[in-house]
Ligand binder design. Structure first.
Ligand code: DP6
Length: 334
């Protein structure tokens, strides 16, 4: 027999960025962060997991290509979910799996991203969130999304925020074992549904510095990162939460842009400096850039979004270097 589940998880874009770890194995951040989860119709990972007594090892395929599960991050997620598995019964198929059976059963995972993988569009966020969520469904794990977020976090820090829709905060936590380092929903996707998010993919090439090694180098070499984590971000988090609650767009836009700028400033302050943006990324508007050159722009209404998109297409006409795709999130079309 074979038992399968499929789940779909959107990616998220941080408006107050996570950059730097206090524990690399457990993936514990040096500051809180806040993100907005995108509409699953546009940028998401779809994961199908199958379990069968005939499988003799855990295997995974990403976008159709087999990848190794040997890395600690995949192993942590599998181990943590298996430890919480409960009995599963499918009467129609005559399948009965006990809590203990799960420890010896192997899974096959097939995962697809409908957007560029590892180009700085938080593909690991959607990927690990979806892996953990679908494993939890398959193995009948009885834990809430907060607890699941702490497991997804061990796959990739930003993944913990993709377990919820709307605006989400990743609380860095204080505990050494990471038990209080979880995602909490701030407001759901209906709270501020006039927001339109545009992602200008100016390059879908794989970024040169991964977030993991980039933030490690920043923590080791930047003189500014401690000031950012201890002084700047804690204040910004409070202001950002208030701006989101009040749907105060001017404050929201100011904080989002300032935080993106400071994140890239600490990257520049890293030795050797990390350049995540290429020349085509620099433009006005309410923007935020992750660890890649692609711009994410947020506006308040369709009209402003349309103008922004027109301006963008004018400035970056698609050519061989610039493959400009624009994803419009939060609205059907513009
Ligand atoms: C710039 O979550 O990809 O997108 O925890 O090492 O997997 P790891 O890093 P990752 O880093 C994301 C960094 C960021 C900011 C953010 O999403 O908060």
């Amino acid at each position: 027999w074979v038992l399968m589940v499929t789940a779909q998880t959107p990616t998220n874009i941080a408006v107050i960025k996570y950059w730097g770890k206090r524990d690399e194995n457990l993936i514990l951040a040096i500051n809180d962060s806040i993100s907005v989860t995108l509409d699953p119709a546009h940028l998401c990972t779809t994961t199908t997991i199958a379990v069968s007594p005939s499988f003799n090892q855990d295997r995974m395929w990403l976008n159709g290509k087999e990848i190794s599960l040997a890395g600690g991050r995949y192993q942590s997620c599998l181990r943590e979910i298996r430890a919480r598995a409960s009995d599963v019964e499918d009467e129609k198929k005559g399948i009965k799996i006990t809590k203990n059976d799960w420890q010896n059963l192997h899974v096959h995972v097939a995962s697809y991203n409908n957007f560029p993988t590892a180009a700085g569009l938080a593909s690991s966020a959607a990927g690990f969130a979806c892996l953990v969520f679908s494993l939890a469904k398959l193995m009948n794990v009885q834990e809430d999304n907060g607890r699941l977020s702490a497991i997804a976090r061990q796959g990739s820090g930003s993944a913990c925020r993709s377990l919820y829709g709307g605006f989400v905060k990743w609380v860095m936590g204080k505990e050494e074992n990471g038990s209080d380092s979880i995602a909490v929903p701030l407001v759901d996707e209906k709270h501020w549904d006039e927001l339109v998010i545009i992602i200008a993919v100016v390059s879908s090439r794989q970024k040169e510095t991964s977030s993991t090694s980039g933030m490690r180098e920043t923590v080791e070499t930047s003189a500014l990162i401690e000031h950012r984590a201890k002084e700047v971000v804690p204040k910004r988090i409070i202001q950002m939460e208030e701006a989101i609650q009040n749907r105060d767009f001017p404050t929201f836009a100011q904080l989002t842009c300032a935080d993106s700028n400071q994140f890239h400033a600490v990257c520049m302050d890293t030795s050797p400096p990390i350049f995540y943006m290429n020349d085509t990324s620099h433009r006005q508007v309410a923007y935020t850039f992750d660890a890649g050159p692609n711009a994410v722009m947020i506006s308040r209404n369709r009209k402003a979004a349309t103008l922004m998109l027109q301006r963008l297409l004018f400035h970056f006409p698609p050519n061989s270097d610039t493959d400009l795709n624009s994803y419009v999130i939060g609205d059907k079309s513009i």
